[in-house]
Design a protein around this ligand. Structure first.
Ligand code: AMP
Ligand code: ZN
Ligand code: FE
Ligand code: FE
Length: 292
């Protein structure tokens, strides 16, 4: 019984359409899949329709929101009402801000000696272009870098890029509030990516819990077993549930991350544990209306 509660599709910066992702998940025998596109919820419904041919596969609605405090501070929202007005405002605003960032990105790259055009970015990404991975893929196609990771390390995630080019983002507390208002459950994504000392991490976690955080992605592709155990222990202390997600984007964008199983099988967890994680996740989802 596999689960994967963190995946991306072409509705944001993933390689596969929601339909393609669901077919892959179904064929792998995944029983619980959440589509968590960046600032977008449009993939869930498409995924659910595609999942009808896999009666054992349940598709959960999701979203991933980036917060301004730290480039890796991301909040996952599950079971949200995609039509909630506050969520719609958030999604539209972020779509605009991402589109607005494109020109700044092209100018920044030009300045760094990378003569990329919007047409090239579009052409490399089936007509889609607003996410940073789309730019990275175009650079890869043009031979400017030899991997998506290199594009981020050299250009798209440097301190200078983050300071001068990045789009404005909400705070994590605001993201949690939007998710809760839209009837969803808020989960802290990939906590180890924050690279915080334990004391700073716990301080942040207290603030997020105060705002309505309910879960933590303890089981993440790049977490070590030790990190997984530590986050589970912390989750217990803070009354949070744990989730398991790969952050699958497709082989071109994140070649080392496999759907359902993570990095080198890092998410191949004991059957009972996955069952328990899924049960706790579903419990949080079914209780959410009384908790908002
Ligand atoms: P955006 O929301 O358009 O700024 O793009 C964010 C996405 O870029 C993340 O979810 C990742 O998929 C990818 N990303 C961010 N930082 C890195 C990095 N250092 N290396 C590889 N991919 C990254
Ligand atoms: Zn992404
Ligand atoms: Fe993320
Ligand atoms: Fe993600």
């Amino acid at each position: 019984m596999w689960m994967d509660l963190h995946t991306h599709t072409t509705c944001s910066d993933g390689q596969y359409t929601p339909e393609e992702l669901v077919i892959r998940a179904g064929k792998l025998g995944i029983r619980a899949l959440a589509i968590t596109d960046h600032d977008a919820v449009s993939g869930t419904e498409r995924g659910r329709i595609a999942a009808k041919v896999f009666p054992e596969l349940e598709v959960f609605s999701g979203i991933e929101m980036s917060a301004k405090e730290n480039p890796q501070l991301h909040i996952l929202g599950y079971g949200i009402d995609g039509n909630h007005p506050d969520l719609q405002v958030y999604i539209e605003k972020n779509k605009r801000l991402r589109l607005g960032r494109r020109e700044r990105m092209l100018a920044f790259l030009q300045e760094k000696g990378v003569p990329l055009t919007l047409e090239e970015v579009m052409a490399a990404n089936d007509g889609r272009s607003s996410g940073r991975p789309h730019f990275a893929k175009a650079m890869l196609k043009k031979g400017i870098v030899s991997s998506v990771e290199e594009a981020f390390d050299r250009y798209l995630a440097t301190p200078e890029y983050l300071q001068r080019v990045e789009r404005p983002k909400p705070t994590a507390v605001e993201s949690i509030q939007i998710i809760r208002k839209a009837g969803g459950v808020a989960v802290l994504a990939h906590p180890a990516k924050l690279k915080l000392e334990p004391s700073a991490f716990l301080e942040l976690l207290s603030v997020l819990c105060e705002a309505g955080l309910q879960g933590i992605e303890a089981y993440y592709s790049t977490h070590s077993r030790k990190e997984m155990a530590w986050y589970c222990e912390i989750a217990k202390q803070y009354g949070l549930f744990c989730t398991c997600g790969s952050d699958f984007h497709g082989e071109i964008i994140k070649p080392e991350i496999a759907l359902g199983t993570g990095k080198n099988g890092s998410l191949l967890l004991p059957e009972e544990l996955k069952r328990e994680l899924l049960q706790n996740f579903k419990h949080a989802l079914s209780n959410r209306s009384n908790r908002v």
